[in-house]
Design a protein around this ligand. Sequence first.
Ligand SMILES: *[C@@H]1O[C@H](CO)[C@@H](O)[C@H](O)[C@H]1NC(C)=O
Ligand SMILES: *[C@@H]1O[C@H](CO)[C@@H](O)[C@H](O)[C@H]1NC(C)=O
Length: 332
Amino acid sequence: MRWRPSGLVLALCATSVHGLLRFSCSSLVIDRLDPLVNPGMAPSPHLHQIVGGNGFNVTMDPATDISSVATCTTCTFAEDFSNYWTAVLYFRARNGTFKRVPLLPNVGFEQANGGMTIYYSPEAKGTVTAFKPGFRMLVGNPAARTKAQADQYRQLTYTCLQNAMTRSGETKDLPAKPCPAGIMANLRFPTCWDGKNLDSPDHMSHVAYPSTGTFENNGPCPATHPVQIPQLFYEVIWDTRKFNDKALWAADGSQPFVWSYGDATGYGTHGDYVFGWKGDALQKAMSQNCNINCPALKTQSIAAGNKCSVTQKVKEDTEGWLTELPGGMSVM
Ligand SMILES: *[C@@H]1O[C@H](CO)[C@@H](O)[C@H](O)[C@H]1NC(C)=O
Ligand SMILES: *[C@@H]1O[C@H](CO)[C@@H](O)[C@H](O)[C@H]1NC(C)=O
């Protein structure tokens, strides 16, 4: 059977909100940089996989509109020069060496070179205020190693893919058993903004979750963060298939995947965002009933997105069977 992407979008819309923007962003670079948390630092502590515009750099001055610096993007919406990134997943073999897990394109975006799927959802009952140039945020805590710590972030989960279409059974920790079609990391960002600050020292406190309920069921924003922003959501599929033979796993049968920041629980999952849409393109898309087809936006093919890249700045082996994680991050 062939998957029909438009069918998937309709199905998603029916169960959540209308006007969901869903698109593919191929890999831009895999590099040990983090211009949000560690600006100017090369290398930064742990390895990331980054998608979006080629304005991505060691330092990204919030006063510079990256949509005026970048000349290409890996995303299919050609006016989106934002950068989106997460940590990188590694497989830890029985002999203790680490191998990077490749990224797998999502349903409907099979030609993409790695990367991830990005969603922006407007609120169901009203209008949202799109992000402004200079806006950035992160969600999640790489130091979290318990469910209680992970529960401070409501919607950071994993889906153990039985097939490419599996969208149920989300867990807060990495799946304990082999996942036949890969492991999908789901990162949903907070949806309320203080309306003033484009960033904050922890890159989180200028945004908040609804005071009750969730974005999906129209939970209201708290008085401290009254402005409803789109829900930004990443789906990142790690192609664990070639590591599913349990003979390769540790003798005690524990799950073998480890994040690049040394987390074998999965509770420390986190994502970073630097806004970079051109002009009011995102606001226009949020005000119309857009999905993968959005007449208000300029699009490019996935093949064109695959051609955009930046060169890796921190030269190190990230791809071989490594005796330690890049940067020597210890697993704890
Ligand atoms: C990154 O920053 C350096 C130093 O400011 C600059 O020379 C270079 O052109 C920038 N690269 C990109 C891709 O913007
Ligand atoms: C460790 O195990 C992996 C997977 O079985 C193998 O490819 C690699 O060569 C091994 N490395 C060493 C040093 O034994």
